[in-house]
Design a protein around this ligand. Structure first.
Ligand code: NAD
Length: 466
């Protein structure tokens, strides 16, 4: 069998690359090791976690609305049904993807692919093997959760994100190792379902890549509702006992027994799992494959996209890269030109940021203006019973051009899109301030933050120009 384009990996990056290449007239085969398309994101990541986070948000809102004089009984949680709803949504999307592949004449092979050379791949499906010859290949094999070798990884009470999303039970006491996005999103879910949550984070801040002022509202909220949040603390050991997992921490922190522990300390790219060396593709020690702006690896007919092609490991980056690789293969002059990749933590409150962070601006000695609008002054935010949010814009002091933005609060993940567009369009603070935003909306806080910089804010006293 000889084909034009082989895409290895059927996650969001891989299927987008395959579909775009097919739409551009290429004959495409998509190889996926699992029986369904969609990868981690659709099956054991973004989508199921958002389904559970929706349930968590409803539980929390129902509780919080009692301050408005509307009270509900405590929720009755049917874990089986909740799991089934989550699985139904993934399945619906799986089926949709298979249909889209079929309509485009993309051949899908479910099997484990490994390179034999720069033009051939062997695919193992059960006990059958098949060899495929290809002209061009796109590697989209993603990443896997980092495991800490000294932990009792065979103990089912020690979970990774896939285990946590499987929602086998609701542990009474849950420790989450790693205060990054996965750790905090799963904490949000399990806390709403009734677990007592503790978090241990090595750095001195949760979500260490994000500015402190954006993280603060979340930190203040979870400090009240979680059992413990241990910062600048490491886990030294975990012992499997009959009555739980005994965890010892660094420093003076007392060891403690937990019913379950979730390890969410990052993800590792899968570059070493595909015999890339047989194709001559260079994979670094960590498993990343270096690519140029057109997603090409060191081997001219082989491309890499998504998690395996470098940080950040985000589905929307993978999709963008997948389309570039497909277009380049089809002869277009596409290349990576995006100015930023937005980050979103779907916590409660959500945190979203894009472009330059304030930490980076300081480190790089960039002269910036900052406008930060507190949501306590937003009528819309107050009316939905939330006042802890913040919308922040950083702009170039000379030109007024938007350099970065961050939003913490309800729907921040949706609201950040305007900031990304503003950055991509080269917008200045005035452009945002002079754009009429509907009132009352959370979106208008983006314009208010711009007005905090140009001094035209009327919903607060304008801050003195720095
Ligand atoms: P992460 O890198 O975002 O966070 C891991 C955290 O663990 C960091 O804060 C790190 O300091 C801490 N850590 C590392 N080793 C530790 C140790 N031994 N003890 C205590 N803390 C330790 O990784 P993640 O949360 O596992 O997520 C993995 C990837 O998936 C990331 O790239 C993330 O952006 C992505 N992801 C994104 C989303 C989203 O976009 N909403 C959701 C889930 C995952």
């Amino acid at each position: 069998m000889k084909i034009e384009v082989l895409v290895l990996g059927g996650g969001p990056g891989g299927y987008s690359a395959a579909f775009r290449a097919a739409d551009l007239g290429k004959q495409v085969t998509l190889v996926e090791r699992y029986p369904v398309l969609g990868g981690v994101c659709l099956n054991v990541g973004c989508i199921p976690s958002k389904t559970l986070l929706h349930a968590a948000a409803v539980i929390n809102e129902a509780k919080e609305i009692s301050s408005y004089g509307v009270s509900f009984d405590s929720p009755k949680i049917n874990l089986k049904k909740l799991k089934a709803s989550k699985e139904k949504i993934s399945k619906q999307l799986n089926v949709g993807l298979s249909g889209l592949a079929e309509q485009r004449n993309v051949t899908v092979i479910h099997g484990l692919g490994e390179f034999l050379s720069a033009n051939t791949m062997i695919i193992k499906t059960g006990d059958k093997t098949e060899e495929i010859e290809f002209e061009q290949a796109i590697i989209a094999v993603g990443s896997q959760a980092v495991k800490i070798p000294s932990f009792p990884n065979d103990d089912p009470r020690l979970m990774d994100s896939t285990d946590a999303l499987a929602l086998e039970d609701i542990p009474e006491k849950l420790l989450i190792i790693g205060g990054g996005i996965i750790g905090l999103e799963m904490a949000t879910v399990y806390q709403a379902l009734g677990s007592k949550i503790s978090i241990v984070e090595m750095q001195n801040q949760i979500i260490p890549g994000c500015d402190k002022d954006l993280v603060r509202p979340l930190m203040q909220k979870i400090k009240k509702s979680y059992d413990k949040i241990l910062l600048s603390t490491a886990v030294e050991s975990i012992d499997s006992l009959d009555n739980g997992l005994k965890v010892s921490f660094s420093g003076d922190q007392q060891s403690e027994i937990f019913d379950k522990v979730l390890v969410a300390v990052g993800r590792r790219p899968n570059g070493h799992l595909i015999a890339a060396d047989k194709a001559g593709v260079k994979v670094d020690e960590r498993g990343f494959i270096a690519v140029d702006k057109q997603q090409r690896t060191n081997i001219a007919n082989i491309y890499a996209i998504g998690d395996v092609a470098g940080n950040p490991m985000l589905a929307h980056k993978a999709v963008h890269e997948g389309k570039i690789a497909a277009e380049v293969i089809a002869g277009h002059k596409s290349q990576w030109q995006a100015l930023t990749i937005p980050s979103v933590a779907y916590t409660d409150p959500e945190i979203a940021w894009m472009g330059l962070t304030e930490n980076e601006a300081k480190e790089q000695g960039i002269d910036y203006d900052k406008g930060a609008f507190p949501w306590a002054a937003s009528g819309r935010s107050l009316s939905i019973n939330r006042k802890e949010g913040i919308t922040k814009i950083l702009s170039d002091k000379e030109t007024g051009r938007i350099l970065g933005a961050g939003i913490t609060g309800t729907n921040a993940g949706e609201l950040i899109a305007e900031a990304v567009l503003a950055l991509e369009m080269g917008a200045c603070v005035d452009d945002v301030a002079l754009t009429i935003h509907a009132h009352p909306t959370l979106a208008e806080t983006f314009a208010f933050a711009a007005e905090m910089i140009d001094g035209s804010i009327t919903d607060l006293i304008p801050p003195k120009k720095r």
